[in-house]
Design a binder for this molecule. Structure first.
Ligand SMILES: Cc1ncc(C[n+]2csc(CCOP(=O)(O)OP(=O)(O)O)c2C)c(N)n1
Length: 664
């Protein structure tokens, strides 16, 4: 059999499995896997460094299917190359509840999936983080241990999404030459021809951002291989535009949007089998083809062994540290570092903005944790994210810095941070204003869905922003973030809570965390020195008890906790026993056992929640009959104290609310 025949049979196995699985599921996307089968066969058959027996081998090449709707492409490849976690039965169960072959590839759910994709553009933007992490880890541990490529398949949709622009610019600026992107240039999206919606010269676009860009016939294996070999020698990231026919092999529907996202149907499948010379029953892979694929799966065995030898031969300390970094375990000193910050904050006293508190904590943490990678979307000096330890920028060609200037690209930053965290070896944190968390939201959601450790430093967390006005004053963002499952949202009230929140965020290995921090100064409230308790871990706790049986419970987060404390003073002075509950994290509180929650909520007849944001979410804690002092609409431009007064978020406002509730 000629090489070309062998290639065709291997590629046709992918095509057949894609059409059969989509047909069995009565849903799915056969067009993309059929169209990109040739590219995938060259990549997995000849180029990609991977070992199906160890999907977590740290120095494997990464493959990211940004066009996640074509999930059958990767599932077919995982089966064919011999991953234990992917069987023919899994393919037959495509898209079924509980299967290992969900509609779109899900990280952590299916072996061999590097990142969850489906929301178009995310995978491509994640890949920038992967490629960056590879360069940075290589800078810290050497090319002996870290030397791999990141390959991406993306579609027209990925390139149309605005996120792709941010990702492309970051990759070009960072000269990520080990990032190689295949664009499935098939001229088709769901609604029809790409000409309906795009007139961009994509090659020129990539080149303008510092990439190499080339075009190949995506059905010519020799041309594809040659393009990859060229890309590997480039000093820039590479785009390989692969001109393909969507649904290649389906003689009537191929090349049309009819094959994008629907089963081909029995007649077209029969016609495709005839066209492709594929005479086998559904889900049957002839042994010559399976053998060829399994051999491809063994291709990197030797490289893997050699890598293990190099790891074994490495200096013991370096090896231990590399393994710790890859596992994502924190150094044992982390707790002591945080305790040290807290002790010093108590000794220093004084009022500081929690963004400054965060900087103080970060100074200590980044010095102790080399895996922490800082950054900001051009708001470094507002977010207070840069420290002495992270003062050097990540820069080609050395990549030994620890701080990313992401530019004004919040979405690109958040998506790349997902890639960095998924790659392993780093804990990325990145800053912007809380109001612009909306620009990061699709990637935050995916971080939470995947359960990866990324920390968002969102400062300027309320109308306390002041003069910048309602465009910059978040009111609904905290509630919106609290709505994302598996995302911890912290709104600390002082330096102690901020330190505790950072500790909890770092320990939260299975999900992202948000720190919502103030621009304005806040007094130190947690003066409970001598105790080792991390009260923030409870999500909410009684900060001060009432003198006497509590008539009023004040619940507050962040900057409003000090306001609650001042209101309590006045109420107590007027003979109204009042307690204050600090609520730094809804999620952690709602996870507490019923009994402890009841205790914290207490039995005071009047409950008031205070937060300079909308009420949504508070009812789950204080009940819908409680009063709320906060925001009911957008903010206003003016000096912060005047804006707070304008909206009635004041000590007097809280006291008046309490007194009127007590009377009624
Ligand atoms: C952010 C986002 N918007 C919309 C969709 C729905 N969607 C899935 S595939 C697709 C068309 C993608 O076209 P293309 O990338 O050319 O894929 P192809 O038709 O070649 O398979 C759309 C709109 C999505 N998955 N993600």
């Amino acid at each position: 059999m000629s090489n070309r025949e062998k290639h065709d049979r291997m590629a046709n196995a992918i095509r057949a499995l894609a059409m059969d699985a989509v047909e069995a599921a009565k849903s799915g996307h056969p067009g993309m896997p059929m169209g990109m089968a040739d590219v995938a066969t060259v990549l997995f058959g000849k180029v990609l460094k991977f070992d199906p027996t160890d999907p977590h081998w740290p120095d494997r090449d990464r493959f990211i299917l940004s066009a996640g709707h074509g999930s059958m492409l990767i599932y077919a490849l995982l089966y064919l190359t011999g991953y234990e976690g992917m069987t023919l039965d899994d393919l037959k169960n495509f898209r079924q509840l509980g299967s290992r072959t969900p509609g779109h590839p899900e990280y952590g759910h299916t072996v061999g999936i590097e990142t969850t994709t489906g929301p178009l553009g995310q995978g491509l933007a994640n890949s920038v983080g992967f490629a960056l992490a590879e360069r940075m880890l290589a800078a810290q541990f050497g090319g002996d241990l870290v030397d791999h490529h990141t390959y991406v398949i993306c579609g027209d949709g990925c390139l149309m999404e605005g996120l792709s622009e941010e990702a492309i610019e970051i990759a070009g600026r960072q000269k990520l030459n080990k990032l190689i992107v295949f664009w499935d240039d098939n001229h088709i999206t769901i609604d029809g021809s790409t000409a309906l919606s795009v007139a961009t010269d994509q090659l020129a676009r990539f080149e303008a951002s510092g990439w190499d860009a080339t075009r190949v016939d995506g059905h010519d294996p020799d041309a594809i291989l040659a393009a990859i070999e060229r890309a590997k020698t480039s000093d820039k990231p590479s785009l390989i535009a692969c001109r393909t026919t969507i649904g290649y092999g389906a003689p009537n529907k191929g090349g049309t949007n009819g094959v994008h996202g629907a089963p081909l149907g029995a007649a077209e499948i029969a016609a495709a089998r005839a066209f492709l010379n594929w005479e086998y029953e559904p889900f049957v892979i002839p042994s010559d083809v399976l053998d060829a694929w399994r051999l491809a799966g063994l291709r990197s065995r030797q490289a893997h062994k050699a890598w293990l030898e190099r790891l074994k031969a490495a200096d013991l300390e370096k090896r231990g540290e590399f393994e710790r970094r890859v596992r994502g375990d924190l150094p044992s000193r982390t707790s002591d570092v945080v305790a040290g910050v807290i002790a010093k904050a108590r000794a220093d006293g004084g009022a500081v903005a929690t963004r400054k508190s965060s900087e103080i904590v970060l100074e200590a943490l980044t010095a102790a944790l080399p895996e922490m990678l800082g950054g900001s979307a051009d708001l470094t000096h507002s977010n207070n994210t840069k420290t002495k330890a992270t003062s050097v920028y990540v820069e080609p060609p050395k990549y030994d810095g620890r701080y990313m200037n992401w530019g004004i690209r919040e979405h690109g930053m958040a998506a790349a941070m997902n890639g960095i965290a998924l790659h392993g070896g780093f804990i990325p944190y990145g800053g912007t204003f809380l109001v612009f968390s909306d620009y990061c939201r699709p990637s935050i959601r995916l971080a939470a869905l995947m359960g990866v450790r990324v920390v968002y430093v969102f400062t300027h967390d309320s109308i306390g922003v002041g003069e910048d006005g309602p465009t910059h004053q978040p009111v609904e963002q905290i509630a919106a973030l609290r709505a994302i499952p598996n995302l911890l949202v912290f709104r600390p009230c002082d330096t102690v809570e901020t330190a505790e929140a950072w500790k909890l965020a770092l320990e939260h290995k299975t999900g992202p965390s948000v720190l919502a921090l103030t621009r304005q100064n806040l007094p130190l409230l947690r003066t409970d020195a001598g105790t080792e308790r991390c009260l923030t871990a409870r999500g909410a706790y009684e900060l001060v008890a009432a003198s006497g049986e509590a008539k009023v419970s004040l619940f507050a987060s962040g900057s409003e906790v000090s306001l609650a404390m001042a209101a309590r003073e006045q109420l107590q002075a007027q003979g109204v026993p009042t307690r204050v509950v600090s609520v730094p994290s809804f999620e952690l509180f709602l996870n507490q056992p019923d009994e402890s929650r009841k205790q914290v909520v207490g039995k005071a007849p009047v409950k008031i929640a205070i937060e300079a944001a909308i009420r949504q979410g508070w009812d789950a804690i204080v009940g819908s009959d409680a009063a709320f002092v906060g925001m009911h609409g957008f903010g206003a431009s003016g000096p912060a104290p005047e804006v707070f007064a304008h909206f009635g978020i004041t000590v007097e406002g809280v006291v008046a609310t309490a007194l009127s509730r007590l009377k009624s």
